[in-house]
Design a binder for this molecule. Structure first.
Ligand code: DGJ
Length: 717
């Protein structure tokens, strides 16, 4: 840091800004580490006066790369901040006040956040003197990741309320826009399709107004040089540590510079900032890679592993589970469940999960959400008795909840009809026959916390599946005043995070898995509370190849719940071999979603072999370095490999979607191995040098038929 230049860096990346005359922070650089930076080149590039005569008069603010651009002073591009004053105007002029660099990474009050001591954090405070608004921008660089973590805190230091119309977490101005934009798009049961297209002038991106990150897209984008591939080329990736409404977009201006913005969606958003009060934006993670998409993903994965996920299971083996949902749906009793659990235990499963339908009188999805009391018609001896019997089989016990919801047919709704999100006088829009509890209210937060905590405290529950199956509609809160209704979506998230924080702290031994009709809330926000997320309701192995491949752009295998289910598959009707289902599912948090008693004898034997194998290699499968090798978005084959940190063990997965006659075994160049080591494939006994596997590649013969798959364990001698 000198008079004008602020340069934050670790061994591999640099982030720099320059204070212009008058104290406007101008963005200079984000990329590979540089030893020094001369702002003159960037000033010249942006046609800014080199003589320091920068000011508001005649200065082309419209060309300036900004750190945190605001609306109204001559900047014609979309900015990161819009604040309305008492007089209704929305001009904001942020000027430098102070900057300091501290050791470590402070947390964010009420929001999920990255953490870690091996970091430096720059706090840059700017002020609008007229509005009496202070904005503190935080930038953290950890020693071990090529990333910058950013957020903004707005404080009203005046004596009149201010109205925040937009406060994004990240604005990153790039000197050129010669990039492809990569986003993830999809729907229920086909989440996260990879979409890649060139940037064009104007605005482009993805967003959600559903009250959740959504099944339809993710709060992530990547900019890859057109020539960038999986293995090489420059890529910038950005993701939000948040789970609610968001926007992630890029604006390309008339000079073809690019502006990346990420934050809470400003559509249907406004926040009243009373005097003396602060507003904290969520965090945005921006990673830099010169090693293509693979390099970007390894940075995201490391952030998840070392700086985001907390608790007992952060680095621990995850239990192999069996979930009864697709085995029974709502139609079960204790006897049926115990029969499933017994065979599961015999096969080596470690955790039995009782999904939806154990409470109230929930025989279908049209009742009882909110009434978290055991249905004694299905479980006459009570939940505790079932838990004991499952434990006696040597299994852990897991339980499903959907705590954020209420069914109109429930005691909770009859007692508190105003506790749901609704607009007075309008029909209450139901989705899956349910309404959303208004978690912006503290009384509702208390109820939700207590209802779940009571069940966990009264029964020895080892795992919780936290589901959420509908999105916002008729958005209104009975508790919020008229001028604060637009705060509801963000207040909902703050309420949910408060409940989750209390629960995970009170029950540190419990493994929590997040779910939202599958992967509808697969984001870095939820991962801070729950170390794994159910990837998709679609368990068809071929669809899962696509979903898990694209999910891995951001999230590591240990974050992805993935199960083997019955065939024909309940979502696609496809029949795939048991080995293929196993190979794909074991590339994440492994489990089963079926009744093993109904499997053909050969398949049950295959299941036992899968489980025994996973137990020996799961540390590598979950926590190894994950590399994508062949993309299902580009062709018929999918391949990926996970390599243990010491590079002595690796698991290769290859799946071919459609059988073709007269084709060769795919020749695959592996990645992440030690070129100097010799690896033996446990399944074939063949040995190869690491350099051969990575440079020449290896031909992997696939079995006959559609959806054919192979999984190899490679061990270095
Ligand atoms: C949606 C989830 O994604 C499924 O796995 C299952 O838990 C159902 N909800 C239960 O209603």
């Amino acid at each position: 840091m000198n008079d004008r230049l602020i340069h934050l860096r670790n061994d591999r990346v640099s982030y720099a800004m320059n204070l212009l005359e008058g104290g406007i922070p101008m963005h200079l650089y984000f990329g590979a580490r540089v030893e020094s930076l001369n702002p003159v080149a960037m000033l010249r590039h942006n046609d800014l006066p080199l003589d320091g005569s920068f000011g508001l008069n005649g200065c082309p603010l419209d060309h300036t790369p900004h750190e945190y651009p605001s609306f109204g002073l001559g900047e014609m591009r979309e900015g990161a901040l819009t604040v309305r004053a008492q007089d209704g105007t929305r001009t904001c002029d942020l000027r430098f006040v102070s900057a300091d660099i501290i050791d470590g990474k402070p947390g964010l009050e009420g929001l999920p956040a990255t953490f870690g001591d091996n970091a430096k954090t720059l706090r840059l405070t700017l002020r609008d003197e007229l509005l009496k608004l202070d904005v503190t921008l935080s930038y953290t660089i950890f020693d071990d990741v090529d990333a910058v973590i950013r957020s903004a805190k707005l404080t009203n230091t005046g004596d009149a309320a201010l109205y925040i119309e937009r406060a994004y977490s990240l604005c990153l101005d790039l000197p050129d826009s010669r990039y492809d934009l990569i986003t993830l798009s999809g729907a229920w049961s086909r989440e996260r399709e990879m979409i890649r297209r060139p940037l064009t002038p104007g605005e482009q991106g993805v967003s959600s107004l559903r009250g959740a990150t959504s099944l339809q897209t993710s709060n992530f984008l990547a900019l890859a040089r057109p020539e960038a591939t999986e293995a090489q080329g420059e890529v910038i990736g950005a993701a939000l540590v948040y789970s609610g409404n968001f926007t992630a977009k890029v604006h390309v201006d008339s000079h073809r510079s690019g502006r990346v913005m990420l934050g809470v969606n400003d559509v249907d958003f406004e926040w009243t900032l009373e005097p003396g009060v602060s507003f904290q934006t969520p965090e945005a993670v921006t990673v830099y890679s010169v090693e293509g998409l693979d390099g970007m993903s390894r940075q995201f994965h490391r952030i998840c592993a070392e700086h985001l996920v907390r608790g007992k299971y952060a680095h621990a083996p995850r239990p192999i589970l069996l979930n009864n949902w697709e085995a029974t749906y709502f139609n079960f009793n204790e006897e049926k469940l115990l029969a499933i659990a017994k065979t599961a235990a015999e096969a080596g499963v470690e955790l039995f999960v009782l999904d939806d339908g154990w409470f109230g009188h929930r025989d279908s999805d049209n009742s009882s959400l909110g009434d978290w009391k055991t249905d004694l018609n299905k479980l006459p001896a009570g939940l505790g008795s079932l838990v004991e019997k499952v434990h006696a089989l040597g299994l852990k016990f897991g339980l499903w909840f959907e705590p954020e919801m209420v069914s109109p047919d429930s005691d909770l709704y009859r007692a508190h009809p105003d506790w749901c999100i609704h607009v007075e006088g309008r029909p209450r829009v139901e989705n899956r026959n349910q309404l959303i509890l208004d978690l912006s209210r503290t009384d509702v937060q208390d109820y939700v916390y207590q209802a779940v905590a009571d069940v966990l405290a009264e029964n020895a529950i080892d795992y919780v599946k936290w589901d959420m199956n509908r999105n916002f509609a008729t958005v209104g809160s009975a508790k919020l005043p008229a001028d604060r209704q637009k705060e509801l979506p963000h207040r909902y998230m703050l309420g949910l995070y408060a409940v989750l924080e209390k629960l995970v702290n009170r029950f540190p031994e419990v493994l929590f898995e997040s779910c939202a009709s599958g992967g509808g809330r697969f984001d870095m926000g939820m991962l801070h509370y729950m170390p794994q997320t159910w990837c998709s309701d679609n368990t068809d192995a071929l669809t899962r190849c696509r979903i898990q491949y694209a999910t891995s752009l951001i999230f590591p295998p240990f974050a992805m719940g993935s199960h083997v289910s019955a065939v024909p598959n309940h979502q696609t009707g496809r029949v795939t071999p048991i080995d293929t289902r196993g190979n794909v599912a074991m590339s994440g948090c492994f489990g089963y979603e079926l009744d093993l008693n109904r499997l053909p004898a050969d398949d049950l034997e295959a299941v036992k072999r899968q489980i025994a194998r996973v137990k020996t290699i799961r540390q590598t499968l979950l926590y190894g370095d994950f590399h994508r090798l062949l993309s299902p978005f580009d062709g018929n084959d999918t391949a990926w490999i996970t390599v243990s940190p010491d590079k002595t063990e690796a698991v290769l997965m290859v799946t071919r979607a459609q059988a073709q006659s007269y084709t060769f075994a795919p020749l695959i160049r592996l990645r992440g191995l030690d070129p100097a080591k010799t690896y033996t494939v446990a399944e074939t006994g063949e040995s190869y040098s690491g350099s051969e596997l990575m440079n020449a590649g290896v031909a992997v013969p696939l079995p006959w038929g559609d959806a054919a798959s192979v999984s190899w364990t490679l061990r270095a001698q």
